[in-house]
Design a protein around this ligand. Structure first.
Ligand SMILES: Nc1nc2c(ncn2[C@@H]2O[C@H](COP(=O)(O)OP(=O)(O)OP(=O)(O)O)[C@@H](O)[C@H]2O)c(=O)[nH]1
Length: 373
């Protein structure tokens, strides 16, 4: 298909093939603007497709775009080099709204281009008679870290997008790559869905165990049928079934901890502690997910952060949810965190011990994870 250059800013990304609508960003809020009865439809999903170099992002996306369910998907491709290889491959999949962010990395230098591009896609679609996109997929370059990209989406809050991260994990390479590249852990830790790719080339068990060790919260897709794999990756999360728990494998630099608040801790104590946690850990904080309760309130609040970026707590209707947070940290041991945040109103324990944490006892009761999120 012939690309069509967008006549915007000279550095602005190119939009191909029409474009379209949407709403929202990551705090689960609905759009303030953007139009009439469109607000009654489900929010457009913004799917950040991450994964290390060559791990199979483009292939997974192509497999998805071949499926009928992929209708109403818009694609943004970030290629770090001048030559837009991934964009060409994805575009071969058919006639879809598509934009390029080229010659740079979306997590480093192209964040304003991303905001511009998403807004342009959404606004173009809103002006047309078409229904809003069901999803916008951003295929990141292989060295991108999801945290800064998610942070850059904050100006898009009024659009009301529903944001999630899907990360590819290469069965044949991920374990070795994780030893050398921090980006692998950052990409896995940010994911709500981890897709193990290339199971036909290599036993997927070690890659799956790595994924589970770094991010036990994510749904894992281990599927040899390519269409079923793509469907599981991109369909709405409710349709996903997590693979059974693999044997625990530790990542040498990643710790998965559980935090629970002491009786008597106030709501402000909780918020202060989260702020202190972000300040203490900085970019060593990969992920926070769990539930908080305002003292006196029966309604649990879902709390999430990717990196140090927290989304607004959202009430959940599920009954029987216990309060507690899962923390995924890099290069901080449990004793270090305890020492660094000594007077905090929190009880910390190891949820998934790794070698770096072997000196910290696994406390009773901490093996039971929180309800699936
Ligand atoms: N055998 C096999 N090969 C795969 C699979 N998924 C991807 N590949 C191959 O792996 C190579 C890299 O796949 P891509 O989809 O381009 O990976 P990518 O993550 O988009 O790569 P970058 O954009 O460079 O980061 C290609 O040769 C694919 O054909 C798979 O499930 N099985």
């Amino acid at each position: 298909m012939a690309p069509r250059a967008a006549p915007h800013h000279p550095r602005r990304p190119r939009l191909r093939r029409g474009g379209a609508a949407g709403r929202h960003p990551r705090h689960g809020r609905r759009a303030e603007g953007g139009g009439g009865d469109r607000r009654m439809t489900a929010p457009t999903e913004f799917i950040l497709l991450a994964g290390f170099l060559g791990s199979g992002k483009t292939s997974l996306l192509r497999d998805w775009l071949l499926l009928p369910e992929a209708a109403d998907t818009a694609v943004i491709v970030n290629e770090a080099g001048e030559i837009d290889v991934d964009g060409v491959i994805v575009a071969e999949g058919g006639n879809l709204p598509m934009a390029m962010l080229s010659n740079g990395c979306v997590c480093c230098s192209l964040t304003s281009d991303l905001v511009f591009t998403v807004r342009a896609l959404v606004e173009q679609r809103a002006r047309s008679a078409a229904t809003p996109f069901r999803r916008i997929v951003l295929e990141c370059s292989g060295l991108s870290r999801p945290g800064p990209i998610l942070r850059s989406l904050l100006p898009l809050s009024p659009l009301g997008l529903s944001v999630r991260v899907v990360t590819t994990c290469d069965a044949s390479q991920a374990v070795q790559q994780a030893r050398h590249f921090d980006e692998v852990a950052a990409q896995l830790a940010a994911a709500s869905t981890i897709v193990v790719t290339k199971p036909d080339l290599h036993d997927p068990a070690p890659a799956e165990a790595l994924a589970a060790a770094i991010n036990p919260l994510a749904l894992r897709v281990v599927e040899s049928d390519r269409a079923a794999r793509a469907r599981a990756a991109f369909s709405p999360p409710a349709a996903l079934v997590s693979a059974p728990e693999p044997p625990g494998t530790a990542h040498p630099r990643v710790a998965v901890l559980r935090a629970t608040f002491h009786e008597g801790a106030s709501w402000e104590d909780r918020l202060d502690w989260l702020e202190d946690l972000a300040a203490f850990c900085g970019d060593r904080l990969l992920r926070v997910k769990g539930f908080l309760r305002r003292p006196g309130s029966p309604v649990p609040l879902l709390v999430q952060a990717v990196g140090t970026l927290f989304s607004a707590p959202t009430p959940v209707a599920t009954e029987g949810v216990t309060e507690g947070l899962v923390l995924i940290l890099r290069d901080i041991t449990l004793p270090e965190l305890r020492a660094g945040m000594a007077s905090s109103p929190v009880r910390l324990s190891t949820l998934r011990p790794g070698p770096a944490l072997a000196c910290g006892p696994v406390e009773a009761g901490c093996a039971a994870p929180f309800p699936a999120l």
